[in-house]
Design a protein around this ligand. Structure first.
Ligand code: SF4
Length: 253
């Protein structure tokens, strides 16, 4: 399928963030647009990180620190399907090892009585999110892709992983709370916009986010998302969700 290199300029707080990405021109499911959206997220995160440093708040995250990789990482449904494809494409015996880690994580979450809440529609986007996320984190279950405290799928990691940056001391990430961890402020959450566009409705609170650890199960039960659309149209629709998100932020502020 033909792809074209597009340059998008995003106006943010008096600055312009330029994003260059390869976009498929034909009809595609959201999964095929994820590389372009990951590039968008990376550009926004870099912009926000630079601002944070300029404000005297350097980023604490460093290679080899996987403290946040024991959280209940909320990902968009398309990302869950993409991770399932990624795992399926791993060579043996690695594929079995990673699958076993997913199974073990679910077994431990099940023992703690968390599975029904994790499987509930809405996942960590809903009202009980914080409690469930904290309970899951306290179990100390490493992400199935975490190896030697580093991400083994770094280039393909979900957008939420890219969007998680803190300026508080790294040690605080061992028991993260709103008070102890200070996250870098992002102008918008690309992960949330992707999930919202997949849902297709107006109400963000009904948006489904899938806990990463459930991604293989989720993908098996939900192998397809919305009908494919032309890549540029799909990209515009996701970007339009950013604008809604920024409007909501301004109203809250
Ligand atoms: S995918 Fe990678 S970065 Fe994300 S939680 Fe897992 S190990 Fe960490």
């Amino acid at each position: 399928m033909e792809t074209r290199r597009l340059t998008v300029e995003l106006g943010l707080s008096g600055s312009v963030v330029r994003v260059e990405m390869d976009v498929p021109m034909g009809d595609v499911p959201m999964e095929r647009l994820l590389p372009a959206l990951q590039t968008t997220a990376d550009a926004l995160v870099s912009f926000s990180a630079r601002n944070s440093v300029a404000e005297g708040k350097p980023i604490s995250c460093a290679a080899g620190c996987g403290a946040c990789c024991r959280q209940l990482v909320p990902i968009a449904p398309a990302e869950a399907r993409q991770l399932a494809v990624l795992v399926e494409g791993l060579a043996e015996p690695r594929r079995s090892v990673v699958r076993e880690r997913f199974a073990e994580a679910l077994r431990r979450a099940g023992e703690a009585g968390l599975l029904p809440a994790l499987k509930a529609r809405g996942g960590p986007a809903d009202g009980a999110a914080e409690e469930i996320s904290l309970a899951y984190f306290q179990l100390g279950i490493p992400c199935p892709f975490l190896e030697a405290e580093s991400c083994s799928i770094y280039e393909d990691r979900p957008i939420a992983c890219r969007e998680y940056l803190v300026t508080s001391p790294p040690a605080n990430c061992a028991a993260p709370t709103r008070e102890s961890t200070e996250m870098v402020h992002l102008p918008t959450r690309v992960c949330a916009a992707v999930a919202w566009e997949e849902e297709g409705g107006e109400d963000f609170s009904k948006t489904t986010l899938v806990p990463l650890v459930l991604s293989l199960l989720w993908a098996a039960k939900n192998p397809r998302g919305r009908d494919p659309r032309p890549g540029p149209e799909l990209l515009r629709s996701v970007y339009a969700r950013f604008a809604h998100d920024r409007t909501r932020e301004r109203k809250r502020g």
